[in-house]
Ligand binder design. Structure first.
Ligand SMILES: C[S@@+](CC[C@H](N)C(=O)[O-])C[C@H]1O[C@@H](n2cnc3c(N)ncnc32)[C@H](O)[C@@H]1O
Length: 347
């Protein structure tokens, strides 16, 4: 817990500048916000409450734990220079993720002998990293859980991650979570209009549903996952972010849940690139006329047109007319294979 300043959104910029100038803003922590339009700023130990109150009389002081900002890659490179060769550092850094206070590395086999030294170096330099883990196998087929080995730090793989202005409780041992699609989640969230009914198939711990609710509070979202732990975390995340009136987390296989729910949606998000092709027909049955399907898939280099044709063929078979409104590349998956999202408008 650290001392924070809760200030009305319209005064936040002014307060930030004042605190920065005085050296009282703790820049290592993420800013917080509340649904009633307050911004929460972390204060350093030297902050003088009386001087702050004088300048911002309506601001309040609270003890809160705001998450720490992730480390910068450039710094991590510097840090590993004494341990690894330059080429080895580049290889390692390509596949490095920070989820909450857990740092996840993908250490190539030949560098495994250095794993403890790498882990200790990271922990020493970034005090807010409490766990350093490495990938130790391939993701499971359906639940998409990544086997991880803790190299050093606390013996846990659960944490709270912050992205797109929401808090996400995750447990990497029991449910899928990856911060890599956070930008794409934000893009989709910005497209949601007032009063839309949105379905997130394969919703996991609910990062997409939460990003949408944060960006468009006047909509309804259903997020479905068959993993009990992912569903439990999704329900908890909806509660801690206070979106119970907007988001409904549902447990089960989308193939069973959708017929029972018997709703049509203005927008369907499909964030499961490994298996999405098997569910496109289902999504086409449950999307409203004029609705959009965000279809995430892996595409080999040079095969975007072929992928479009495949989507059109499935739509034709399902008896729906579609138009591909947008095609976006959002990261690579394997050599010569990229992650794409196709925004499919259904007539
Ligand atoms: C790639 S993960 C995506 C999770 C989440 N959207 C995210 O980005 O964090 C795929 C998720 O789909 C779930 N899943 C797999 N098959 C499913 C099905 N038939 N119905 C519902 N959920 C399913 C898995 O449990 C897993 O959480």
């Amino acid at each position: 817990m650290a001392l924070t300043l809760k200030v009305k959104k319209e005064f936040a910029q002014q307060a930030k500048e004042f605190l920065k100038e005085k050296g009282w803003l703790d820049k290592s922590r993420i800013l917080g916000s509340t649904p009633d339009r307050y911004v929460i700023l972390a204060l350093t130990e030297s902050a003088k409450q009386s001087a702050i109150s004088k300048k911002f009389p309506t601001a309040k002081f609270e003890h809160k734990s705001l998450p720490l900002l992730p480390p910068r890659i450039g710094n991590l490179k510097d840090l590993l220079r004494g341990i690894l060769k330059e080429k080895e550092i580049d290889e390692l850094i390509k596949s490095y993720d920070v989820v909450g206070d857990i740092c996840i590395l993908d250490i190539p086999k030949k560098l495994e002998k250095h794993e403890l030294a790498i882990g200790h170096a990271i922990k020493r330099a970034y005090q807010y990293i409490k766990v350093v883990a490495r990938k130790s196998g391939n993701r499971t087929k359906t639940l998409r859980i990544m086997p991880l080995k803790i190299i050093t730090g606390e013996k846990r793989l659960n944490t709270i991650h912050k992205e797109n202005g929401v808090f996400i409780k995750v447990d990497l041992l029991r449910a899928y979570f990856s911060p890599r699609a956070s930008g794409e989640r934000a893009r989709i969230a910005r497209l949601v209009k007032r009063e839309e009914k949105v379905l997130v198939m394969f919703g996991g711990t609910a990062p997409s549903a939460l990003a949408i609710a944060k960006s468009q509070p006047d909509c309804r979202i259903w997020t479905v996952d068959l993993n009990e732990d992912a569903h439990r975390l999704a329900a908890e995340n909806v509660r801690i972010n206070r979106f119970g009136h907007i988001i409904t987390p549902l447990l089960g296989d989308v193939r069973d849940v959708l017929p029972k729910l018997n709703l049509r949606f203005d927008r369907i998000v499909m964030p499961f690139p490994e298996e999405n092709w098997d569910y496109l027909g289902l999504a086409l049955r449950y999307v409203e006329a004029g609705g959009i399907i965000h279809f995430l898939v892996f595409v080999r280099e040079g095969e975007v047109e072929k992928t479009k044709e495949r989507i059109l063929k499935i739509a034709e078979k399902a008896g729906r007319k579609v138009k591909i409104k947008d095609v976006r590349l959002f990261g690579s998956y394997a050599p010569r294979v990229n992650r794409y999202v196709f925004d499919v408008e259904v007539k």
